[in-house]
Design a protein around this ligand. Structure first.
Ligand SMILES: Cc1cc2nc3c(=O)[nH]c(=O)nc-3n(C[C@H](O)[C@H](O)[C@H](O)COP(=O)(O)O)c2cc1C
Length: 229
């Protein structure tokens, strides 16, 4: 027996892991970030082998972790958590600083960050566990609390993509009424609200949204949406 509800009882935060290799920068959302030992201060991250961030951390041997605050909205999380840096410039609309190890570090919607040098790697199948010694850390002036994984699900109504460490299929999908929900990221299109930021006025029926419209959070097309019943 393997009851998925027990996995949902595990606690995490929401983080952005960034790195830079051969002049290329990238970053992704990760919930699996944890302190391993205190001396020397050491953290671990688990990255999917398919992710560009994985490729670049493997090359560079360094990574930074920004602690995401509760101020982060779904478009922000969607950019780093549902889109790949191979096709998206994730740094276009956000603030970064360059850290001591030369990586871009996300400071938008962040309460603090740390930088680490990889000391160990462990192949765990779909993911690689990178263990890194922390060489720099800074708290940022931020009025908001660090976002927990529970807050992401309960308040932001966020979903977990297949490349995440904690993906458990679609068992957590909730039912609703009269709306269309993205099967990839959980974004809900509500005809009463439309999507004015992307030229879809309030009151636009689902059928009348132009075919080229994409999910504002994760970028997939209309075919990836299901009606919420
Ligand atoms: C809430 C959330 C948690 C996630 N946690 C992880 C994680 O711990 N490890 C991981 O490899 N991917 C995780 N992901 C998925 C990556 O962020 C996602 O695959 C991203 O698009 C990879 O981008 P890249 O290819 O540009 O590196 C998570 C996504 C979300 C939304």
């Amino acid at each position: 027996m393997l009851d998925p509800r027990v996995f949902w009882q595990l606690s995490y935060g929401i983080y952005i892991v960034t790195t830079r290799a051969a002049g290329r920068c990238n970053g992704q959302i990760a919930n699996t970030v944890f302190q391993v030992i205190a001396q020397p201060p050491t953290v671990g991250i688990s990255l999917n082998r398919e992710n560009l961030t994985h490729e670049l951390v493997r090359q560079s041997g360094v990574f930074a972790v920004s602690v995401v605050s509760e101020a982060a909205d779904m478009p922000f999380i969607g950019t780093f958590g549902f889109k790949c840096g191979r096709t998206t410039d994730k740094f276009a609309k956000i603030q970064t600083v360059v850290g001591e190890l030369g990586m871009p570090i996300v400071t938008t919607n962040a309460t603090g960050y740390l930088e680490a040098k990889v000391t160990h790697t462990l192949d765990v199948g779909t993911h690689t566990l990178f263990i890194g010694e922390v060489v720099a850390a800074a708290a940022l002036p931020c009025a908001e609390q660090p976002m927990t994984y529970a807050f992401y699900h309960d308040v932001r109504k966020g979903k977990t993509p297949k490349n995440a460490t904690t993906f458990l299929g679609t068992m957590g999908a909730a039912a609703g009424g009269g709306k269309y929900r993205c099967r990839v990221c959980g974004y809900e299109y509500d005809a009463a609200l439309g999507d004015p930021a992307h030229a879809v006025p309030a009151g636009t029926a689902w059928a009348d949204i132009p075919a080229g419209w994409v999910c504002p959070t994760c970028g997939v097309g209309k075919s990836e949406f299901s009606e919420v019943r």
